[in-house]
Design a protein around this ligand. Structure first.
Ligand SMILES: Cc1cc2nc3c(=O)[nH]c(=O)nc-3n(C[C@H](O)[C@H](O)[C@H](O)COP(=O)(O)OP(=O)(O)OC[C@H]3O[C@@H](n4cnc5c(N)ncnc54)[C@H](O)[C@@H]3O)c2cc1C
Length: 406
């Protein structure tokens, strides 16, 4: 097979040589994770599809999938689990829009997890319509002064840095007056407060910025170019959330099968047969989704993913909710006994998958909201993939400051 003019077998052999060396020099289960991942970055195996010198080898996303699959087999530490927003969304945004200094300063510690990142986009009055945001950034010499509020900020309590988008020009239309910055989450004026979810955990936060000073050399992209910078993050977010290719029969469907084997096998009554049929249908849907993601990843070129990432994000949310519901059904009355008495935990990682299925069932409700709601994904698929007419937009040609808001 030939991909981008290079024989796939040759590329995989080269990657395998590099992986073999990494695994010998840093045994994955006994080495310090930061050292292992630092070496992985230095050898271009952090994001194989990123440019050489930026944690990559300039290859394709499919080649990177090969790296992930091989490292999973040897139980290597993963950046995705520890630094989910940094790894899947913010790193590709820095690569696409950052200066040489920003790339050199931030990519390696982001990958190793020495610096956790958060995404400061949503605001109380601007979620789906995030371009309507009101956090202000005003220039003061070589610095910007940022004041405003962000909300639902995953892992802000763990983060060393955040990618924040603020309004630098209220006199132009909403998409044109935005600018992106990399902000030190421990700078004076940043206040991070927990928001507790239905699970009793606070993965996310509300973040207040009171006259926070950001040096201009931490601006990401040009002044007024916050929208294209944000689109890079959002396009990568959809693929990062929905586009992964787990091993066959793993994840939630693996849990459903496990519960079936423990509690239902050997039964041949009508109820058990109906449940078995539901389980099989769920297996087929999960496997179809997995293979579709595999094919999409094979076809994907290096660079920012296209709007078809919304298909994966939508399918991920719907299927996770259905499969976790099936797991709880399979548990019978025990499925109702979620153990939490609201311990008010501040987790160190985002709990997107796995663990107690009763907790997973509650957590997965958020899948159709986080990273863009399912309604918004359907709009994107309709307008940008299928070419259907767009929604009427009353604020299209109006300066942001003149748009009526409550
Ligand atoms: C677990 C979790 C983690 C999150 N982490 C982060 C994070 O780290 N950083 C961050 O910036 N944000 C984060 N978010 C916020 C998330 O991106 C927003 O919640 C989401 O974009 C929806 O915005 P909203 O909550 O303001 O809802 P709204 O935009 O007010 O939507 C309310 C309802 O209206 C519907 N709706 C809105 N517009 C349309 C439309 N045009 N057509 C049809 N229906 C529409 C929506 O689908 C929804 O059902 C997180 C959210 C969750 C649940």
């Amino acid at each position: 097979m030939v991909r981008a003019g290079v024989h796939v077998a040759t590329v995989e052999a080269t990657i395998d040589d590099l992986l073999d060396g990494l695994i010998v020099d840093f045994p994955p289960t006994t080495s310090d994770p930061v050292e292992f991942m630092g070496a992985q970055f230095d050898r271009g195996l952090a994001w194989t599809h990123f440019p050489v010198g930026e944690g990559g080898l300039g290859l394709s996303p499919a080649d990177h999938l090969h790296v992930l699959q091989r490292l999973a087999k040897v139980h290597a530490p993963t950046a995705f689990a520890r630094n989910v927003l940094g790894y899947g969304m913010i790193a590709p945004t820095i690569v696409a829009h950052g200066t040489t200094e920003q790339k050199q300063r931030f990519l390696r510690p982001l990958f190793t997890g020495e610096e956790i990142w958060c995404q400061l986009f949503s605001e109380p009055g601007a979620g789906s319509d995030f371009a309507a945001l009101g956090t202000r950034a005003e220039r003061d010499g070589d610095e910007w002064i940022v004041t405003g509020q962000k909300v639902w900020t995953t892992l802000a309590h763990e983060a060393a840095y955040g990618l924040i988008v603020a309004r630098t020009n209220p006199d132009v239309t909403k998409h044109k007056g935005l600018t992106a910055f990399l902000v030190d989450m421990h700078a004076p004026g940043v206040d991070v407060r927990p928001l507790y979810q239905a699970t009793g955990e606070a993965e996310f936060n509300e973040c207040f910025f009171h006259e926070v000073r950001i040096p201009d050399d931490l601006r990401l992209g040009g002044v007024g170019e916050g929208w294209p910078v944000s689109l890079t993050t959002l396009m990568n977010e959809r693929v990062s959330i929905g586009g992964t290719v787990p091993p066959r029969g793993s994840g939630l469907i693996g849990e459903a099968l496990k519960i079936w084997r423990q509690r239902w096998t050997g039964r041949s009554d009508a109820h058990a047969m109906a449940v078995r049929s539901e389980l099989l249908q769920s297996w087929v849907r999960n496997e179809t989704f997995r293979l579709t993601n595999w094919r999409a990843s094979d076809l994907r070129k290096a660079g920012t993913p296209g709007p078809e990432g919304s298909v994966a994000k939508l399918a991920f949310a719907e299927e996770n909710q259905r499969t976790s519901e099936l797991c709880v059904d399979l548990l019978g009355a025990e499925g109702m006994l979620y153990g939490s008495n609201y311990p008010l935990v501040r987790p160190k990682e985002s709990a997107m998958t796995g663990g107690d299925m009763r907790k997973a069932f509650i957590r997965m409700r958020a899948n159709s909201i986080e990273g863009g709601t399912s309604e918004v994904m359907r709009n994107i698929i309709g307008e940008r993939v299928l070419g259907l007419p767009g929604e009427p937009r009353s604020d299209k040609d109006v300066a942001w400051k003149d748009v009526p808001r409550s």
